[in-house]
Design a binder for this molecule. Structure first.
Ligand code: GTP
Ligand code: MG
Length: 206
C-alpha cells in the first residue's frame, strides 16, 4: 500500500549492479604518495561510478603535501577511493585507493582487512614515500606489485635500476603505466592478479 508522500528509495543503477555471473570478489588496495594518481587510476578503470572523498586543497596543505608536477591539481583524497572492475565473468575486483602519507596510516587497519593484494603507485620524482609504503605492506604480509605512473617530466629508469633503487626482490613485478588510460590501469591489475596467482601456486607446492 502506498502512503501519500512516501518516497521510493532508488535501487542501484543497472550498470552498478553486480553481474549475475560473478562468483568471487577480491579486495585490492591502490596505495602511493600524494598526487601519484590513485584517484585517477580507480576512476579510469572502474566500471561503476567511483566513490571518491576528495576535498579542495587549501593553503594549509602548502609545504605539507608536495604538489610536484601536478600544478593543475586542486583536490586531494582525504579518506579513500572506491571502484569495481570485472576481470573475468566470474571474478570481480573491489578497488580501494588510499593515501600513503604517514598521517593516513590509521586508515590502513580497516582498509587492508581481507585485502588480497596491493598496487603501489610510484612517481619516480618522489621515491621516498614508496619505501615507507612498501615497508608497511611487507610488515602486513600484503603482496604487491609496483606500477610506475609515467608523468611526462618524470625521469625514466630501466626496470632493473628501479628494482635496485627500490630494493625489491626479483619476483615482485614492476610495470610502467599511464593511469589516465583505462587499458593501462587494467594491465596493472592483471599483472597483480597473475602475481597473486603465481604466489598461490608456489605456496601450494611447498
Ligand atoms: N601527465 C599526467 N598527469 C597525470 C597522470 N596521472 C594523474 N595525473 C594527474 O595528476 C594529478 C594527480 O592525480 P590524482 O589521481 O588526484 O592523484 P592521487 O594519488 O589520488 O592524489 P591524492 O589523493 O591527493 O594523494 C591529477 O591532476 C591527474 O590528472 C599521468 O599519468 N600523467
Ligand atoms: Mg586521490
Amino acid at each position: 500500500m502506498d502512503f501519500k508522500g512516501s518516497e521510493t528509495i532508488p535501487g542501484p543503477r543497472a550498470e552498478d549492479r553486480l553481474p549475475h555471473t560473478a562468483q568471487a570478489a577480491a579486495k585490492i588496495v591502490i596505495v602511493g604518495g600524494f598526487g601519484v594518481g590513485k584517484t585517477t587510476m580507480v576512476g579510469s578503470v572502474s566500471e561503476i561510478r567511483p566513490l571518491t572523498t576528495e576535498e579542495t586543497m587549501t593553503q594549509a596543505g602548502v609545504g605539507v603535501d608536495d604538489n610536484f608536477g601536478s600544478a593543475s591539481k586542486t583536490a586531494t583524497t582525504v579518506a579513500m577511493d572506491f571502484g569495481r572492475i570485472r576481470i573475468t565473468d566470474e571474478l570481480v575486483l573491489y578497488l580501494f585507493g588510499t593515501p600513503g602519507q604517514e598521517r593516513f596510516w590509521f586508515l590502513w587497519n580497516g582498509l587492508f582487512e581481507g585485502a588480497l593484494g596491493a598496487v603501489v603507485l610510484v612517481d619516480t620524482r618522489r621515491l621516498a614515500v614508496s619505501f615507507e609504503v612498501m615497508g608497511r605492506l611487507e610488515e602486513r604480509g600484503v603482496p604487491f606489485v609496483v606500477a610506475v605512473n609515467t608523468f611526462p617530466d618524470a625521469p625514466r629508469y630501466p626496470v632493473a635500476e628501479l628494482r635496485t633503487a627500490l630494493d625489491l626482490p626479483e619476483d615482485v613485478p614492476i610495470v610502467e603505466c599511464d593511469v589516465r588510460r583505462r587499458a593501462s590501469s587494467r594491465d596493472v591489475l592483471m599483472t597483480l592478479m597473475r602475481f597473486l596467482h603465481s604466489l598461490a601456486m608456489s605456496r601450494s607446492l611447498t
